[in-house]
Design a protein around this ligand. Structure first.
Ligand SMILES: *[C@@H]1O[C@H](CO)[C@@H](O)[C@H](O)[C@H]1NC(C)=O
Length: 528
């Protein structure tokens, strides 16, 4: 620390209420990830802090959907290669419906695809010498990022950022648990991309363990490859494996009473649900939707999110859904279907299709009876907080786990995507969730609990960020376990000693016994 930074540091320690200068490194990629970091940015801006967003553009189509309150946004235009790769991504949507996302080869393929986007754009970012110099001169108090793309950690290291915190858009990330030394407990904690709940059969436990391994690889591989580039371009020494665990706090998008219990650390701070708008005034629904909801007593909302598009699902699945809709003429179905030119349900007057839905607003409306969803975490949080019964049909990534997480509370049923070819199963499940009172009661009870939690997620976020910005790195929260080797961690040295002593004692005992027996025999012999 030189003299100036020492003074700045002392000044910060004494002035707790200062607006802090905060850098948020947020890739423009993936709606759910952008939404989480944007909410963090807006929450901190609202709390009076000076937030700068550093935003390498990967998915240009997200630009108009990602406005933030802060005026300081630094964009890095997408690399040509990234533009070309992204233009082909729409073809990917169809395959999401059919591939087994938990298969190791699928996870490896996904990892390599992501390296293609993130790594290429990261290279471009690292070559922006002027902007990086400018960022260094800003002397930020704190930096924030999400460890999906690891480019940020190379930049933080290069800029010698004083302190940083990490935000997870998922409930957990296996590669982050791994690098923090957080016990993963695969016998009862479903991995990030697992489709099981906490009560697994022997086969499921084995598969969960394998998924943990490959789930960790999916992201660790991206971050490792980016570090290799950073070593060459920026000349930094330390990789994300050393930088990330130094984060003062890891904010995870999970709510303890909603999630499966699992071993955790004090520096992992749950702020789940903080992206959901629950303020009724901001949730006024517009006339068009109001009229539709008034037609029938029961309204079912169907949306599979933005990655796997309904228009790209196998024809067989579409047919099943349409058959189910037509078998329930007393129910209105509102289906997020992304092809505005084709009205796939033109023969059915109880079906409304739209390429976009005001989902948060519709879920908050008491006339919507059931939500059929892919189980993206944002949707699950909205569902849980609004108390709606649901059918979850997970497609990929963390959706399988999210579905099981919500099902455990009794307000949701789970189908697998392949079940969409089974008309009877889909109709019966929907019928159950629509008519059995237990779904509604359990969903309401969960919502009541979640809306009355002892802590407020946004407040928790702001207070912890201010604490980190004020006091810098918090090495006292860094568990020593992650520095231990396997022998120390699993007591192998001590077990070895105990085992050797036991074996020695046993050996001596046996020798002694033999000796005594042989003496006995020889004295007997003498007596005779
Ligand atoms: C916030 O930070 C930006 C970038 O460093 C700076 O230009 C601006 O003046 C700051 N605003 C306030 C209110 O301090």
């Amino acid at each position: 620390m030189n003299l100036v930074t020492t003074f700045v540091f002392i000044f910060k320690l004494l002035n707790a209420a200062l607006p802090y200068k905060i850098l948020i490194y947020s890739n423009l990629y993936g709606h759910s990830h952008i939404k989480v970091l944007n909410t963090v940015a807006d929450t901190l801006t609202d709390a009076g802090h000076n937030v700068t967003i550093f935003r390498p553009i990967i998915e240009s189509s997200q630009l108009d959907k990602s406005s933030v309150k802060t005026k300081n946004v630094i964009y890095i235009e997408p690399d040509e290669e990234v533009v070309e790769k992204m233009s082909k991504i729409d073809q990917f949507s169809g395959s999401l419906w059919t591939f087994d996302s938990t298969h190791p080869s699928a996870m490896i393929a996904k990892s390599n695809a992501l390296v293609g986007f993130f790594g290429t754009q990261c290279k471009k970012v690292m070559r922006q010498q002027k902007i990086l110099d400018q960022l260094r001169d800003e002397n930020f108090d704190l930096a924030i990022t999400e460890p999906v793309d690891g480019c940020a950690y190379a930049i933080f290291e290069y800029l010698k950022i004083r302190d940083h915190v990490t935000v997870l858009s998922c409930v957990r990330f296996d590669h982050v648990s791994d690098i923090l030394g957080q016990p993963i407990a695969p016998s009862y904690v479903p991995g990030t991309q697992s489709f099981f709940n906490d009560r697994m059969t022997m086969k499921e436990r084995l598969l969960n363990f394998i998924q943990f391994y490959y789930g960790r690889f999916t992201f660790a591989n991206i971050l490792d490859q980016e570090y290799e580039m950073a070593k060459d371009i920026l000349g930094i020494q330390r990789s994300w494996r050393e930088v990330l665990p130094e984060a003062s706090f890891i904010f995870s998008n999970h709510i303890p009473v909603l999630d499966f219990p699992s071993p955790t650390f004090d520096k992992i701070i749950p702020i789940g649900g903080f992206t959901v708008k629950t303020n009724e005034k901001s949730l006024k629904i517009d006339k068009k939707w109001d009229a539709i909801l008034n037609i029938r007593k029961k309204n079912v909302l169907i949306s599979f999110g933005s990655n796997a598009k309904s228009k790209d699902m196998p024809e067989e699945y579409k047919k099943t859904l349409l058959r189910v809709f037509s078998s329930m003429p007393d129910t209105t179905f509102i289906w997020k279907y992304e092809d505005p030119n084709v009205n796939i349900a033109k023969n059915l007057d109880n079906v409304f299709i739209s390429s976009w839905l005001p989902q948060n607003e519709l879920l908050a409306d008491s006339r919507v009876t059931v939500f059929v969803t892919h189980g993206g975490l944002a949707s699950v949080m909205e569902l849980a907080l609004m108390g709606k019964p649901a059918i979850m049909i997970p497609i990929f990534a963390d959706q399988g786990r999210n579905a099981q997480m919500l099902k455990r509370h009794g307000g949701a049923a789970v189908l697998q995507k392949t079940d969409l070819s089974n008309f009877d199963l889909v109709r019966d499940t929907l019928n159950d969730v629509l008519t059995k009172p237990s779904y509604k009661l359990n969903a309401k009870k969960l919502a009541e609990m979640l809306n009355n939690q002892p802590t407020n997620a946004k407040e928790v976020l702001v207070k912890h960020v201010e604490f980190a910005a004020r006091f810098g790195k918090l090495p006292m929260l860094d568990n020593y376990g992650r520095h231990q080797n396997i022998v120390e961690y699993y007591f192998i040295d001590i077990l070895t000693i105990i085992l050797s002593v036991l074996i020695s004692v046993f050996y001596i005992f046996v020798r002694l016994l033999r000796f005594m027996l042989s003496r006995n025999r020889s004295t007997k012999d003498k007596r005779v």
